[in-house]
Ligand binder design. Structure first.
Ligand code: 1HN
Length: 351
């Protein structure tokens, strides 16, 4: 022990800290006192939003306000640990958006990236940088950072989808930019299906250089994704933690769909009882088919079609399903990976 430096008593310490405060300084040894820094401890809580519980409020919102007026008619899923903060996890925003027949959600662009996963209805489309992507249940649509986008519903029924955006992350970085288009709808200058046809066939135009790192395939129809999962299930045994899980990729890089967010689709075969798992990234899940459960710590969440739940980062959890079940999920894993921060831990059962 260092006997030359006698320990200041508490009053001296407090007075010292106050003087530091006036100089806009803090003492690191005080800030760290009692804090366990050995591993992440997200303040976000596990949470579930049952579609059946939310659907009536979404209908009510449909009666209260028009999409044009609301700009986006969305019910935001707020993590119970962050009330009023419009965050589903520390980094991710999630909300359910309703577009009624004949409505338009006007055109704009922003520096946040948006993912859409269609839950209900068909006959609506979202236009992204001059091309329409028609929406059907289970379709996954990417709106890359700074791309013009507007939505329209030309069907005679409501269309509902899950929006997941990186708004909390982009806000934290102080990198929010936003611009409204001078018209409610952008001009469509490419035929429907152009981007999946051009970039989604396992080929790329020679010399193609990607823009902003986001996938040029901005629409991933459910039929194709589901068929890929079914093929994987026929050819590969399920992973002990994930079942059969596939990532949506940017075909130009083989990497995640965008630099900030990645998305996956996974099949839990009937009777799947997953081993515990955790990774540093947080995730928003939407159940597509079947029913199942996730155990997060000592909490068990039961989910069914169109329910949304979140698993905070580095929280030990396990998935299970008694019937074939399909889950869509989004996380900020690409950011963790790009920064060399991503870690995972598996708790596979022995034998
Ligand atoms: C946005 O642009 C949409 O375009 C939805 O549909 C939700 C939440 C925060 C910021 C921008 C959309 C959004 C959003």
């Amino acid at each position: 022990m260092n006997e030359a430096a006698p320990r200041a008593d508490d009053a001296d310490q407090t007075a010292f800290q106050q003087r530091l405060g006036a100089l806009n300084l803090g003492a690191l040894w005080v800030g760290r006192r009692g804090v366990d820094l050995s591993q992440p401890k997200s303040p976000a809580a596990p949470a579930l939003w049952r579609y059946g519980d939310i659907r009536p409020s979404l209908e009510e919102a449909g009666r209260l306000i028009r999409a044009e007026e609301a700009f986006r008619r969305v019910l935001v899923m707020e993590n119970p640990a962050f009330p009023g903060e419009m965050r589903a996890t520390q980094t991710l925003y999630a909300g359910l958006q309703l577009v009624l027949p004949g409505e338009i959600a006007p055109c704009h662009r922003h520096s946040q990236t948006a993912f859409r996963f269609v839950l209900e209805g068909e006959g609506a489309f979202t236009s992204v940088d001059g091309e329409r992507a028609w929406m059907r249940r289970g379709d996954f649509i990417v709106t890359p950072c700074w791309s013009w986008h507007d939505h329209a519903n030309e069907s005679d029924g409501p269309v509902v989808w899950l929006d997941v955006l990186d708004t909390p992350l982009v806000g934290f970085l102080d990198t929010v930019f936003r611009e409204s288009h001078d018209r409610p709808r952008q001009t469509i200058d490419r035929p429907d299906g152009m981007s999946p046809a051009r970039f989604g066939a396992g080929m790329l135009p020679v010399g193609y250089e990607g823009s902003r790192g986001a996938s040029p395939v901005f629409s991933y129809p459910y039929g194709r994704s589901r068929a890929a999962l079914a093929a994987l299930a026929r050819s590969t045994p399920p992973d002990a933690c994930h079942g059969l899980k596939m990532a949506y990729v940017n075909p130009a890089t083989g990497g995640p769909a965008t630099p900030t967010m990645g998305a996956c689709l996974q099949l839990l075969p009937a009777g799947f009882d997953g081993a515990d798992y955790r990774a540093t990234d947080s995730a928003v899940y939407a159940a597509v088919e079947g029913r199942g459960r996730v155990r997060i710590g000592d909490e068990t969440i039961e989910w069914g079609p169109n329910d949304v739940f979140v698993v905070p980062g580095w929280r030990r959890h396990a998935l299970a399903a008694d019937e074939d079940a399909v889950l869509f999920s989004v996380s900020e894993r690409p950011v963790h990976e790009a920064l060399g921060l991503w870690r995972e831990e598996r708790f596979d059962r022995q034998g």
